[in-house]
Design a protein. Structure first.
Length: 724
């Protein structure tokens, strides 16, 4: 006797409701079926659906099904007929998979009626009805026969699925989620879609007004990145005028993202070809000088982004949930922004999409239809988008820093020029002119010139104030750290001195009580080590106090060669403890920079600290640890200056592009602030100098060079040739 497997009705609940727990996901599967059927439109009708017993009607204008297709495909759960024909008749890449989502939708109610009219059989309509009450009451699913009725019709091809007797009502939250999913199915983007969905739910109407608002044009920056079939990526960053400001090839964009410890070798991606676009908005127009932003409706954009913000994933033309849903930050955009907020978007200030056709089926949907399984292909797709975002953030940050560096000095130059023009106008007005101003036409013209000059002075002063305010924000936190360190350093001097005195006292007493040979053998090394450590502690305590001396912030002519020796001396114990040797090659005696000793100390101390840290890295080469400080007189841009060059014998600059080391927050140290070289760059910019970094110098390690305009002192008199 032949026996066959039989299935209890309970299996349908496990395959349907439990695998696709949200009603809106099941309804979306019916919409996907409409898309696969080449429909141009799909309509959702809900009647009394907020309570049990309601009705759902999903109708489309697709190619419909024949009776055989209805029986062999629609009713065969767990296998999709779309796997044998990956494209629809009109060329759409089909998105359906296992048919489990459709089962969940059909079981939303107690009764289902499917009416379908195939384009290949015009004039016929096939109807299938399912009474879930009978099936649930049966011993096995196959005990309840289903029939397909065929009748003549005048209606056009398409399919209508009517589900009655809702088991559970659609709550307000579910209805809103459904409306949002339907509206975002093809995206809130500018181009027209060949597939549109409508819904008569009130939530759909409300959200439609928000989501379909034409606000995309108000973006500040737009990122476009592509991943080709060879696993290589490229990216471009456009401004609001759609002008390409930055372009990066695979070597630039695919490098290891910041925060990782591996090298900067570009990654090859195993994901299917994809395109990533992101539109970034400025929701703080008052902080921008761009007049266009004053015209935008910021509140409307904010409300719109609350619904559509984030990056959505579109697979074969349709959005895949939950990527980009509210609370689903699948690219970690907000986390990345929290860790490094400089010029990074958030899900509240941007909207984006990743589009992938996936011709080789590399992306595998989860059984519950809530996204894709974390295969290598999907993880690489994520990584592609993340690296494009990091690249864009670095370009914007570098652009911002280029504008900021030296802006205070430039503003001061403009103020001086405006003041000169203003003074010339005043000098041009004779005493008789001043008596009659502004009584006649000629004098009115003079007064207008006078007013214009005054306006220019005030405007340039405002520019200088703004530039200084931006610097203030960067350095305020450092000032807090500095003053706190000074307090602790001052207090640390007392115990350091006390330790030194106590160790010396103990040493004298021990010498009196034990033979010299025994003292030398048993105690001398420990005493000397303790004294050395205490003196190092004392030196470290004195260092911040020395750096913060008020006199060092007074502008004067600083002789660089002399300053280099004295600054290195401040670090001598720190360097000695680490067996680091500093050599000098000073070739600019008598030349000075008109600045403060604090500026030169900040430059050189940061360069020394970075060089010293390089020797602690795991990849530091063995052998002698050497730092060389060299100065040379050098002419650049027809100006005489002095170059301070710091070389080390460490491993060199690795894991970060040379252009990025000057940016705030960029550091090769695990716990570094990333502000040391930013401070160096800002000081150099204010002094109208130049800076340069090389991954490898003459000693084998990193080389950092700083060029500053100088004056030569002859007999104590400062000569021309540098800033005043």
């Amino acid at each position: 006797m032949v026996h066959r497997l039989r299935f209890a009705p309970e299996i349908l609940a496990r395959l349907g409701e439990e695998l696709v727990p949200h009603a809106d996901l099941g309804i979306m599967e019916l919409v996907r079926n409409a898309y696969d059927a080449d429909a141009s439109a799909c309509r959702i009708q809900l009647s009394n659906a907020t309570n049990p017993g309601g009705t759902l009607i999903v109708s489309d204008t697709g190619e419909g099904m024949t009776a055989d297709q209805l029986a062999s495909d629609f009713l065969l759960i767990g296998r999709s007929g779309k796997t044998s024909a990956i494209r629809s008749r009109n060329g759409r890449r089909k998105v359906g998979e296992k048919g489990l989502g459709r089962l969940a939708a059909l079981r939303l109610g107690t009764n289902v009626a499917v009416r379908t009219r195939s384009a290949s059989q015009p004039g016929l309509e096939h109807t299938l009805e399912i009474d879930w009450t009978r099936i649930d009451a049966s011993e096995a699913v196959e005990d309840v026969p289903l029939s397909i009725e065929t009748a003549p019709t005048q209606e056009k091809p398409g399919t209508t699925v009517t589900i009655t007797g809702f088991r559970h009502g659609l709550g307000e939250r579910e209805a809103e989620r459904l409306a949002r999913s339907l509206l975002l199915l093809t995206g809130p983007f500018a181009e027209d879609s060949a597939f549109r969905v409508s819904c008569d739910a009130p939530e759909f109407t409300v959200l439609s007004e928000i989501i379909n608002s034409p606000l995309l044009e108000w973006f500040e920056y737009r990122l476009v990145a592509t991943l080709d079939e060879n696993g290589k990526i490229s990216a471009s960053l456009y401004n609001w005028r759609n002008e390409e400001e930055f372009k990066g090839d695979h070597n630039a964009v695919a490098r290891q993202r910041s925060g990782r410890k591996t090298g900067d070798v570009p990654m090859m991606f195993a994901a299917p070809p994809a395109t990533f676009e992101m539109w970034m908005f400025n929701l703080n127009p008052g902080a921008s000088k761009e007049p266009r932003l004053a015209q935008q409706n910021t509140e409307a954009i904010r409300k719109w982004l609350k619904q559509v913000g984030g990056v959505h994933l579109y697979h074969r033309g349709l959005r895949v949930q939950p990527y980009g849903d509210i609370g689903n930050d699948w690219l970690g955009i907000n986390l990345r922004r929290a860790a490094s907020p400089e010029k990074r978007p958030s899900t509240n200030t941007s909207v984006g999409r990743v589009r992938v056709d996936d011709p080789d089926d590399l992306l595998r949907p989860k059984t519950d239809r809530s996204g894709f399984v974390d295969t290598v292909a999907f993880l690489d797709l994520q990584e592609f988008a993340k690296r494009a975002l990091d690249w864009a953030a670095e370009q914007r940050l570098e652009q911002r820093e280029q504008k900021r560096v030296g802006s205070a000095a430039k503003a001061r130059d403009r103020v001086k020029l405006a003041e000169t023009k203003f003074q010339n106008l005043i000098d041009a007005i004779t005493p008789s002119d001043r008596d009659v101003l502004p009584l006649d036409v000629g004098d009115t013209a003079v007064l207008e010139s006078f007013t214009a000059g005054a306006t220019e002075v005030f405007a340039t002063q405002q520019e200088e104030i703004q530039a200084l305010r931006e610097d203030l924000l960067l350095y305020r936190s450092l000032a807090t750290v500095g003053t706190s360190t000074a307090v602790f350093a001052h207090e640390a001097l007392k115990p350091a001195a006390r330790i030194i005195n106590e160790v010396k006292t103990v040493s004298r007493r021990v010498k009196k009580r034990v033979p010299l040979a025994e003292y030398t053998r048993e105690f001398q090394d420990s005493v000397e080590t303790s004294l050395s450590s205490a003196k190092t502690l004392e030196t470290f305590a004195k260092l911040p106090l020395s750096l913060l001396e008020k006199s060092k912030r007074e502008i004067s002519d600083i002789e660089i060669d002399t300053a280099c020796r004295s600054i290195v001396q401040l670090f001598v114990r720190y360097l000695d403890e680490r067996s680091i040797k500093v050599t000098f090659d000073l070739g600019a005696p008598g030349y000075t920079v008109h600045t403060t000793i604090a500026d030169i100390e900040s430059i050189l101390s940061n360069l020394l600290a970075n060089a010293a840290h390089a020797f602690t890295r795991a990849d530091a080469p063995p052998g002698e640890r050497v730092i060389r400080v060299r100065t040379r007189l050098e002419e650049r841009d027809e100006s005489q200056g002095i170059t301070i060059c710091v070389d080390d014998s460490g491993p060199g600059i690795q894991g970060i592009p040379l252009s990025a080391i000057w940016l705030p927050g960029k550091s090769t140290r695990d716990n570094g602030t990333g502000l040391g070289l930013t401070i160096v760059r800002d000081i150099v910019g204010d002094l109208k100098g130049q800076q340069e970094a090389r991954a490898k110098g003459e000693l084998g390690g990193a080389r950092i060079m700083v060029w500053l305009p100088v004056q030569q002192t002859v007999g104590g008199v400062r000569q021309a040739g540098g800033p005043s």
